[in-house]
Design a protein around this ligand. Sequence first.
Ligand code: GLC
Length: 557
Amino acid sequence: MTRTAPWWRSAVIYQVYIRSFADANGDGVGDIAGIRSRLPYLKSLGVDAVWINPWYKSPMADHGYDVADYRAIDPLFGTVAEAEQLIEEAHRHGIRVIPDIVPNHTSDQHAWFRAALAAGPGSPERERYVFRSGRGPGGAEPPNDWVSCFGGPAWTRLPDGDWYLHLFAPQQPDLNWQHPEVRAEFESILRFWFSRGVDGFRIDVAHGLVKHPELPDLPPRQEPAVLGPLISRESAGDRPRSHVDHPHWDRDEVHDIYRAWRRVADEFPGDRSFVAEAWADSPERLAAYVREDGLHTAFNFDFLMSGWDAKELRTVIDDSLAMLGAVGAPATWVLSNHDVMRHPSRYGRRATKRWTANEPYRPDGPADLELGTRRARAAALLMLALPGGAYVYQGEELGLPEVEDLPEDLLQDPVWERSGHTDRGRDGCRVPLPWSGGTAPYGFSPDGASAAPWLPQPEAWGELSVAAQTADPASMLELYREALRLRREHPALGDGTLAWLDTGESVLAFRRDPGFVCVVNLSPEPCPLPAHTSVLLSSGPLADGLLPPDHAVWLAV
Ligand code: GLC
């Protein structure tokens, strides 16, 4: 490439779940000072940017995804001044900073919602949200049949008789994006943070902002099409799923908002960039978010939801590259995040098929973590060799599994309560990171901390700590470090294209020019390697020159 492509076309972005990354003040909850203290680690890992989950002032009903003030940092995490310091220091380390923005809903403690409650039915204050009267005698039934992603109805009734919409928890009232003040306010919030140096935003529930103006019931026999984070697994469906005109997900009108946001980003120097959390029915629908005058990138959840299956993965990769390529956008690849079961635990199960349904997650028996970890190592090499950008969720580079045995009385995700204790929710992928030492808090909190980590860390996590894995060439951490180092240096990696090699159904092999081949063996037998000059990196030892099952290798050709 002659012209230097913008950084976000090939960036490896590390997701910092702030509560669980590093706790500097010893209160058991991660904070901005903790992130600052670990910048050298992120630098040595070799990532290009960090995405930080919501750090704004919040009552924490959904751990920060319920924002009370978008221009303030929650005292649990720090101050705006500390955020500015973090941004500056990260930049000095060559790391960009992308906070989360939560535009679909605010907290019920946001000044606007409090004003709406105080002002009463029919007031202009209520128009910034979605208030309606109910159906049936006395308006006692919700205005429609929409359901909350966290379980139960998407409507809550107030003592004054009005109902308000919340696609998530009742503490997360949905904003009315038809209201000009809502649009203006968010553009102003973007400017507030852009002028403090952030390099972009991850947009929460980007596909949910616009609702059908008449708020009709869900289409008949139609489950809510895409329930955002609460994806669960089901047997492989036919791809691509057909798109349904849904009253609140992925409506075409949402793109107007992002065209306006793009103009805001373009007011600022440097390559500021957005990544959409958009759950779309198909790669075509996803591509609509990332046009030239819209957002820059979107998470590719099809890759994350794909089973450990060569055919399925290849279809997802081909469809994603084709659809995104058609609109000139780079692909992004993601294996885990703070909403889904960590991938060593997913890949360690029999049913690793594509997930599609909206039922609560139900694992099919215990995970085989040795198998899952082997596949996770191979998946990392696959992901980091694909054209485009990639996301690494904190702890994935340590091979952390899902913590599936958290005691019920400690579960904090609202999903647990809202599902009537049928779905344990997402706490198992949010357990604080182990940094060093043989016992909890494993360096997550400083010595002599006043409180234990907000979720308990498993006893065996000493072996998985950063300190334990550093310099061990067989560790997951060193595999990620080496892969990221090679990725930075190798001219074939990052943005670009790929060409598949013919290696049969269960082996994925592709070439990237100049001179690079990635092979992933998803078959049950060792497989031969294509002609090569050297092995650059492999997810485990080769056996007599063959690539064992569930392994991947990078070759120089
Ligand atoms: C997104 C976030 C998730 C949050 C939800 C509501 O899906 O990733 O963690 O609970 O939005 O804001």
